[in-house]
Design a protein around this ligand. Structure first.
Ligand SMILES: Cc1cc2nc3c(=O)[nH]c(=O)nc-3n(C[C@H](O)[C@H](O)[C@H](O)COP(=O)(O)O)c2cc1C
Length: 358
C-alpha cells in the first residue's frame, strides 16, 4: 500500500485523548471508572503506557519504502495490520448496543475482535455482527460443563481460536472500579442459556481458580481450535504453555487490572520472545496507544498487538464509526512509522530498530 497521506490521517494520541474525554463526559461515573481504573495503586496500569515510551528508535536511511505493507497472517487469519481488539467484558457500559456496536466497527475496518466470555450481549449476536473470523476469550467456569457448552457454541458460531485468560484465578482488587454498574440481566446475559432452574449462580458464574496448564489441552480437545494463552509475563511460563499445547501466547498484565506492580508488557516482552524462540506467535497488550508503540512492540518480536481501553473509549464516543476510525488510524500511523523507520514489511521489523533509553 502507498504510504498514507499524513495530512489526512488522524494523530492517534489526539484522537484517543478526545475519545476518552468524551467517554468521561458521556458515561455514568461507575461505568467510566470500571473501564478506566486498575488494580491496587494502579502502578502497573500507568507503567503500561510509560514503558513503551522509554524505547527509542534507530531508523534506517535510504531504504525503498515506496510500497509499505502492514498486512500479516495470524493463526491462519489474514489481517490488514497486526492489530487485534483485546477481550474486554461488558461493552454495554461504553455503548448501548454493547459488543454488537464494537463488532460493527471492527468489521468495517476489516479487523479481528476477541469476543469476551463476559459479553453483555449474546455471543450469537456479536458473531452475526462480525460476520467473519473472530476469537473467543475463555474464563473457565467452576461449572466446567458451562465452559464446555459455551466453547462448543463459539466454535459453531465461527470462532477461530480460543483465548484462555491465564492471569485471573479471580478478579484482582480494584479500589476505584471494582463493581461494574450492570443490571442482573446484562451480567447474566452470557450465562443465560446455560443455566438450569436449579443452577447455583455463584458456582456457574465464577472463574475456577484451580485451572492449570492442562486446561490448554482440554480446550483444544473440546473445540479443535488453537488455544492462545493470555496474561503471560515470564519466558518460562510461555515455554510451559507452548509445551502444554498453546498455539500462541499474549504478553499482558490485564491492563494493570490484576496484580498491581506486575512487570509492564513492554519490559516482559523480550524475555518471552527469547524463550518462545519462534515456536509460536507472541502477541502483546497493555498501554499500546500509537503507531509508534505498535512499531516498537513488533520490533521487539511481537507478532501483533491488542488494544483494550482505547476501543471502549472509541465505542463510547462515536460507536462503530469510532472503533473503525481508531483501527484505521492506528494502521495508517503504523504504516507511516514503518516508512520513516525504513522498513517496508512487518516481517522485516527486528529488535535492532529499537534502543532502550538509559
Ligand atoms: C473494562 C475492561 C474489561 C476487561 N475484561 C477482560 C476480560 O473479560 N478478559 C480478559 O482476558 N481481559 C480483560 N481485560 C483486559 C484486556 O483484555 C487487555 O489485557 C487490557 O485492557 C490491555 O490494556 P489496555 O487497556 O491498556 O489496552 C479487560 C480490560 C478492561 C479495560
Amino acid at each position: 500500500m502507498a504510504i498514507p497521506a499524513l495530512r489526512e490521517t488522524q494523530f492517534v494520541a489526539d484522537l484517543l485523548a478526545r475519545y476518552e474525554e468524551q467517554a468521561r463526559d458521556a458515561l455514568a461515573r461507575g461505568a467510566y471508572d470500571f473501564i478506566a481504573t486498575g488494580a491496587g495503586e494502579e502502578i502497573s496500569q500507568h507503567d503500561a503506557v510509560d514503558s513503551w515510551r522509554r524505547y527509542r528508535l534507530r531508523p534506517h536511511v535510504l531504504r525503498d519504502v515506496g510500497d509499505v505493507d502492514t498486512a500479516t497472517t495470524l493463526l491462519g487469519i489474514e489481517l490488514p495490520a497486526p492489530i487485534v481488539v483485546a477481550p474486554t467484558a461488558y461493552h454495554v457500559l461504553a455503548t448501548p448496543d454493547g459488543e454488537v456496536e464494537t463488532a460493527r466497527g471492527v468489521r468495517a475496518a476489516g479487523g479481528l475482535m476477541t469476543v469476551p466470555t463476559r459479553s453483555s450481549v449474546a455471543h450469537e449476536d456479536v458473531a452475526a455482527a462480525l460476520g467473519g473470523a473472530w476469537w473467543f476469550q475463555v474464563y473457565v467456569s467452576r461449572d466446567r460443563d458451562i465452559t464446555r457448552r459455551m466453547v462448543a457454541d463459539a466454535k459453531s458460531l465461527g470462532a477461530r481460536a480460543l483465548v484462555l485468560t491465564g492471569d485471573t484465578p479471580f478478579v484482582g482488587q480494584r479500589p476505584r472500579g471494582m463493581t461494574p454498574p450492570l443490571t442482573a440481566e446484562q451480567f447474566l446475559m452470557c450465562f443465560q442459556k446455560y443455566l438450569g432452574a436449579d443452577s447455583e449462580l455463584m458456582y456457574a458464574t465464577s472463574i475456577d481458580p484451580t485451572v492449570g496448564l492442562d486446561a490448554i489441552a482440554w480446550l483444544h480437545a473440546e473445540s479443535g481450535l488453537p488455544v492462545v494463552v493470555k496474561g503471560v509475563v515470564r519466558g518460562d511460563d510461555a515455554s510451559a504453555c507452548i509445551e502444554a499445547g498453546a498455539a500462541a501466547v499474549i504478553v499482558s498484565n490485564h491492563g494493570g487490572r490484576q496484580l498491581d506492580r506486575t512487570l509492564a508488557s513492554a519490559d516482559a516482552l523480550p524475555d518471552v520472545v527469547a524463550a518462545v524462540s519462534g515456536r509460536a506467535p507472541v502477541l502483546v497488550d497493555g498501554g499500546i496507544r500509537s503507531g509508534i508503540d505498535t512499531l516498537i512492540a513488533l520490533s521487539l518480536g511481537a507478532d501483533a498487538v491488542l488494544l483494550g481501553r482505547p476501543v471502549l473509549w472509541a465505542a463510547a464516543a462515536e460507536g462503530a464509526a469510532g472503533v473503525e476510525r481508531l483501527l484505521r488510524s492506528l494502521r495508517d500511523e503504523l504504516a507511516a512509522a514503518m516508512a520513516l523507520a525504513g522498513v517496508a514489511r512487518v516481517s522485516q521489523l527486528s529488535a535492532d530498530l529499537v534502543a532502550r533509553r538509559v
